[in-house]
Design a protein around this ligand. Structure first.
Ligand code: NAP
Length: 552
């Protein structure tokens, strides 16, 4: 490619000639001429300006479809086009806001040529999913891509950004910043590695991204790690439908697909379930400490390599007819499957105190990771005595929230290590204390607390009440299917995760037991392996009758 390191090494003149001929033909095949404007100050970055001119000259030797004009940085056109730095190269300035600060040299040269071709052919190579996400952006985006000539990952981000500007010229403006020409700009943004991308002054990506993920980051204006494609098919045939995209469901997806089954994961809420809102996880093997959301992103990316995931989709009904595929109806489509795994997890338990429901979202919260930052510098009550309450109280304390922990018993039941950290943190703990009422007009203002030993009532002024008192299993589908349940309200299953209905399995928190990420993941793996064996050799058509199975 012109100007690239490979070219400087002069590999083989026959290859070079062939490459030039090909480039000439695609450049001449462009449907329109692309104008380039260069603004430069001879006293600033002269070598960069000269490299830019050199590349453009080489291109113009191949085609008349690239126009070029150069002006000084003092010229009135520089003002019109807001060219502030030397050199600034504008691509198709009448139709697009795409500019290069510095020279498109080294690795970046290939991205520059691709940009010209996109403008000249008036089309990008973006796929349907990327275009769809881009189309969902309704507000302007001003993108800055910090790059360097020796960075092999930079061209991809440049092409992503310029593709967005070509496909959506009214909303997307792009500035490619060569950090070797403008180190002070990189310093100002804190772009200490390349490629780094900012949009509307917010960091949205570090490193190269697939185009869909880039568009998602651009849309969300934040760093994104996972892109899950949309699927519009009204009916999908598969072997296994996994209901729930927490650690159990995602692991089951990996194991089922690796066994040779076709598996899909359907999740109505946040992928990762409760883990996605856990501030910090310190007991998942392989990670001494990892944010819950980061762990979920890793699990989802891993599972996506094996199973299709349908986020934001709710299973409404499961119909089971002997000797026919099961029909799993969601709010978007039908799945026809041979087995179903319920990994539906559990949802936050409610306190049941007066005022709790009315003030939910107005100071009453079940998610400290989500809502904690809103209470910085304010006083809140955390209710509960288990690992969640203590972990979340510590999280709030760390981010500058004044926390008081209230527990209905004389001692906390959280793990010793967490208790030690809590005691060392200075977070106040009220024992034998129950919440009688949460009060406030439009938002939480105070709580009425009662000591259940002395009966004493205390009114405490707080702006938030965080509730972390355990979980209730999500068993609506299980009940609809008529599955046998335990006394505690969990799904009854045998030691291999078979429920009381043939072809229906369970895994994770919906089964009760230890609610640990690693346990849920292990149960998902076990269930998937059982399902594989059962589908190869269905016990429900064999000698073993349903009633013979041991159930726990
Ligand atoms: P949990 O262990 O079931 O504890 C719930 C706490 O809330 C208990 O202290 C309980 O009091 C109290 N509680 C229950 N209902 C209440 C009510 N109506 N009013 C007032 N208090 C009430 O729940 P969790 O802390 O959410 O933990 C769930 C599971 O996740 C556990 O297995 C835990 O180990 C795990 N987890 C692990 C980590 C970690 O390892 N880092 C972090 C979070 C959660 P009593 O003691 O009186 O029953």
């Amino acid at each position: 490619m012109l100007g690239s390191k490979k070219n400087q090494e002069r590999p083989n003149s026959a290859d070079d000639d062939q490459g030039k001929a090909l480039l000439k033909s695609v450049l001449n095949g462009m449907g329109r001429k692309v104008e380039l404007l260069l603004f430069a100050d001879p006293a600033v970055n002269a070598a960069h300006a000269s490299a830019a001119r050199g590349l453009i000259r080489q291109l113009r030797e191949l085609t008349a479809k690239v126009g070029f004009k150069e002006f000084s940085l003092n010229h009135e056109l520089a003002l019109k086009h807001r060219a502030l730095h030397s050199p600034t190269l504008l691509l198709d300035p009448e139709g697009h806001d795409i500019r290069w600060l510095g020279a498109p040299a080294g690795e970046e040269a290939s991205a520059f040529v691709q940009a010209l071709l996109m403008l000249g052919h008036e089309r990008t190579g973006l796929g349907g999913q990327a275009l769809k996400v881009l189309g969902e952006i309704k507000e302007p985006r001003k993108v800055k891509v910090f790059v360097s000539p020796t960075c092999p990952y930079c061209p991809q981000q440049i092409v992503n950004a310029i593709s967005a500007a070509v496909a959506s010229p009214r909303l997307v403006a792009v500035e490619v910043v060569d950090v070797t020409a403008l180190p002070e700009l990189a310093e100002r943004y804190g772009a200490f590695s390349t490629p780094t991308v900012y949009a509307n002054e917010r960091l949205i990506a570090q490193g190269a991204q697939p185009e869909e993920l880039f568009m998602l980051s651009l849309k969300e204006l934040s760093q994104q790690n996972v892109f899950i494609p949309d699927n519009d098919a009204p009916q999908i045939e598969t072997d296994l439908v996994i209901v729930g995209g927490g650690p159990a469901g995602l692991t089951a997806g990996i194991y089922a697909a690796r066994s040779g089954l076709k598996a899909v994961v359907v999740e109505k809420g946040a992928l990762g379930g409760q883990v996605s809102t856990t501030p910090s996880v310190e007991n998942y093997p392989g990670f001494t400490e990892v944010g819950g959301k980061a762990l979920v992103d890793i699990m989802v990316s891993h599972a996506l390599q094996y199973a299709n995931i349908f986020p934001g989709e709710e299973v409404m009904d499961i119909a089971i007819t002997p000797d026919r595929p099961m029909v799993i109806a969601t709010n978007r489509r039908r799945f026809l499957a041979r087995a179903v795994l319920l990994a539906t997890g559990a949802s936050h338990r409610r306190l049941g105190a007066p005022g709790e429901e009315r003030l939910a979202g107005r100071g009453v919260s079940y998610c400290s990771t989500c809502d904690g930052p809103l209470f910085k510098g304010k006083r809140v009550l955390m209710v509960g005595g288990g690992d969640s309450a203590v972990t979340e109280a510590l999280h709030l304390h760390q981010i500058g929230v004044e926390v008081v922990l209230a527990h209905r018993r004389g001692e906390l039941r959280a793990q010793k290590r967490l208790l030690d950290t809590l005691l060392a943190s200075g977070v106040a703990v009220l024992y034998n204390t129950e919440v009688k009422e949460i009060r406030g007009v439009n938002r939480v203002e105070e709580v009425e607390l009662q000591n259940n030993l002395s009966g004493d009532i205390q009114i405490m002024q707080v702006e938030g009440v965080f509730v972390a008192i355990g979980y209730d299993p999500a068993v609506e589908l299980a009940r609809k299917l008529g599955l046998a349940m335990t006394e505690g309200g969990y799904i009854r299953k045998d030691s291999r995760h078979r429920t009381s209905v043939a072809g229906v399995y369970s895994a994770g928190d919906v089964e009760g037991g230890y609610k640990q990420i690693v346990v849920a993941a292990g149960q998902g793996a076990e269930a998937a392996l059982t399902i594989f064996e059962d589908l190869m050799n269905p016990y429900w058509t064999g000698a073993r009758a349903k009633g013979e199975r041991e159930q726990s």
